[in-house]
Ligand binder design. Structure first.
Ligand code: ZN
Length: 117
């Protein structure tokens, strides 16, 4: 995934919404990414790093050790998938994918992970 700095075009494009209506959306004139204009705004990587640290503290109280390299791998995969792109990715999508990634590296239930996001 590239790391476009995103610059909204002055023009907008019509995109179908899930309810079947069309709505004008701004998009990036450099890469064409469509801007997320819903109230479900994405959060920066730092937010998810905090979640990971809270999950780590929680698990360590239960005697399960989480290493810094596990955390680094999770963050790397999260950013590698472009999920830190707050221009176009919604928070609910970030959360959904974050839970799946964390589960690959830390053996804990999705519910537990989600409760820290
Ligand atoms: Zn862009």
């Amino acid at each position: 995934m590239d790391s476009c700095s995103h610059m909204s075009s002055s023009r907008k494009s019509w995109l179908p919404l899930t309810i079947g209506l069309l709505k004008l959306h701004p998009y990036c004139e450099k890469c064409g990414a469509v801007k997320n204009v819903s109230s479900d705004k994405g959060k920066n990587t730092g937010y998810f790093v905090n979640s990971l640290n809270e999950l780590k503290r929680f698990l360590e109280k239960k005697g399960y050790k989480v290493s810094q390299s596990q955390i680094r791998l999770i963050v790397k995969e999260f950013e590698g998938k472009g999920l830190n792109d707050v221009y176009s990715v919604s928070f609910s999508m970030q959360k959904n994918e974050f839970v799946k990634i964390v589960k690959k590296y830390i053996r804990v239930s999705e519910e537990t992970i989600a409760s820290f996001v």
